[in-house]
Design a protein around this ligand. Sequence first.
Ligand code: DX5
Ligand code: ZN
Length: 215
Amino acid sequence: MIAPSLLAADFARLAEACSAVSEDADWLHVDVMDNHFVPNLTIGTPVVKSLKAATDLPLDCHLMITDPKRWAVGYAELGAYNVSFHAEACDDPVGLARDLRAAGTKAGLAIDRDTLIEPYLDMLPEFDTLLIMTIKAGFGGQAFMPELLDKVRTARNAVESGHLELRIEVDGGIADDTIAAAAEAGADAFVAGTAVYGAADPAAAIQRLRALAAH
Ligand code: DX5
Ligand code: ZN
């Protein structure tokens, strides 16, 4: 799965940004930031509601917010395909995953740069996606951190040994020169902001990323 991140698009032209990738992307990645969990402020429910009307692409909402228990189900109710919340911001990830699934969406657990994955392995059956940051959450355009792929390998082993239906998504610095390493480590969903919307031809950029991930 290739998920272009709108964070790197022109926020005054989001409908055009959706159209530019509608034939080639699998999901559209929407970075929700609240200026508390991360020091940046982006998109909230009104914009997600408008995006839902503007595109048929599944919306992959990445909530970088405090108190996701209060807000996450609202994104499910707007028709998000997947809602990922951060492990660091939630004291009951399993409870929230169940709430999200009950609201009709896929449940995602996001793990930031400085968070170990081991404490969360046992709860992976409760989730549909596991988003492993390959940067520190908060901003696009940062350099990929290959050492974080150890977490992807650990997660891939857990998925194989537990026969789990879980997508392993990587987010941060995914580009032509990094996507193959992430795929090799076991990721099967790839968020790309700068690499898609910073390219002259976003559709061609997605096609290139997809080919590189498959090798
Ligand atoms: C950052 C966001 C990412 C961001 C990635 O916290 O979660 O989704 O858009 O941007 P690039 O692909 O430019 O690293
Ligand atoms: Zn993201």
